[in-house]
Design a protein around this ligand. Structure first.
Ligand SMILES: Cc1cc2nc3c(=O)[nH]c(=O)nc-3n(C[C@H](O)[C@H](O)[C@H](O)COP(=O)(O)OP(=O)(O)OC[C@H]3O[C@@H](n4cnc5c(N)ncnc54)[C@H](O)[C@@H]3O)c2cc1C
Length: 301
């Protein structure tokens, strides 16, 4: 069965070493830092529920893609019932955790990537859809945790991207090589991304033709060279850091929702993990189908 145990998830993180900073200090271990630990605990709960007979109906589903039962947070909805269960899973995890289930943005991203890569291939002859499906099969078989990154710092909201004095306030392709692309820029407010196995990156917004370098989507492990996470540091973070007993805190195990700025300093992404690169009319579809997987497809449901 393609389901990881909570301990296997924790062990998988020990093999990774993302570059993380909080309150000006380097986080040497996201498993040990009191604040980043809450993200690990929340994700661990999603692995535990999938193996618990009490919760398996909400947290697991049979995936025809791999012919196995998978964690719902790796699944691609294919019916109205699936979408209802997707919403129910969101309510269930929120009630149980009292904070974010850090696998949800990646789960949403699968839906917009599946339909939009398929459409790009149909309309433009690109080869993104089979690439994305291969990636998703790996996610399902290995029961990976996927975070999602859309939001960007951006410049003045009343200016166009190309008018900003700093072109890297949005994530941008700076080089295209035979083996892949090189990206520079940042994503901001990204939930729990340092504790994922892969970060799925989508565009922040629609892009006109001249903004082709910003029209990108891809997947990347969080400890890839050139990626840095700068965590939020709130009064809740300080309180947890100073607390000698987490039972004194409002949400002892799972804490507040943890986000970070994700900085990409000339990060190489191999073509096998690139799902959108320059096809500007499709950036908006990736964005609008992210919060609403039935968007544009309602006529077919
Ligand atoms: C706790 C938390 C967790 C998050 N987790 C994630 C995550 O995991 N992944 C991720 O990708 N994002 C995440 N986000 C980001 C979140 O989705 C964004 O904050 C949200 O999309 C709004 O973007 P913004 O903050 O840039 O606001 P802005 O775009 O600055 O918007 C501010 C206000 O101005 C309005 N506005 C903006 N531009 C214009 C315009 N041109 N014309 C008129 N009105 C305009 C908006 O409608 C809004 O009301 C998270 C945010 C928070 C707070």
């Amino acid at each position: 069965m393609a389901l990881m145990t909570p301990d296997q998830y924790e062990d998988s993180l020990k093999k990774r070493n993302p570059r993380v900073f909080m309150n000006g200090n380097k986080v040497e271990s996201i498993l040990e830092n009191k604040n980043t630990r809450t993200v690990v605990e929340a994700n661990k709960a999603s692995y535990a529920w999938a193996l618990d007979p009490k919760y398996k109906d909400i947290m697991t589903v049979f995936s025809p893609l791999v012919g196995e039962v998978v964690n719902r947070y790796t699944y691609l909805s294919a019916s109205i019932d699936d979408l209802v269960k997707k919403a129910q899973a969101g309510t269930f995890t929120s009630e149980m955790l009292g904070t974010c289930i850090y696998r949800c943005v990646g789960y949403d991203a699968f839906h917009s990537l599946a339909s939009t890569t398929w459409e790009m291939d149909r309309d433009l002859g690109t080869k993104y859809y089979p690439r994305f499906i291969e990636f998703l099969k790996t996610v399902q078989k290995k029961d990976l945790s996927i975070a999602g990154a859309l939001t960007e710092p951006r410049g003045r909201r009343n200016q166009k991207t190309l008018e900003w004095p700093d072109p890297y306030l949005s994530l941008k392709v700076v080089d295209k090589k035979k083996e892949g692309i090189v990206v520079r820029g940042a994503k901001i407010n990204i939930s729990g991304a340092y504790a994922c196995h892969e970060l799925v990156v989508l565009p922040q917004s629609a892009h006109p033709k001249e903004e082709g370098d910003y029209a990108i989507a891809f997947a990347i492990p969080p400890d890839t060279k050139g990626i840095t996470f700068v965590c939020q540091y709130t009064p809740f973070s300080a309180e947890r850091e100073l607390s000698e007993d987490i039972e004194e805190l409002g949400n002892p195990l799972f804490g507040q929702r943890e986000t970070s700025m994700v900085i990409f300093e000339d990060v190489f992404v191999p073509w096998e993990k690139v799902f959108h690169c320059g096809e500007t009319p499709y950036s908006a579809k990736l964005v609008t189908r992210f919060p609403d997987p039935s968007h544009d497809l309602r006529g077919n449901l």
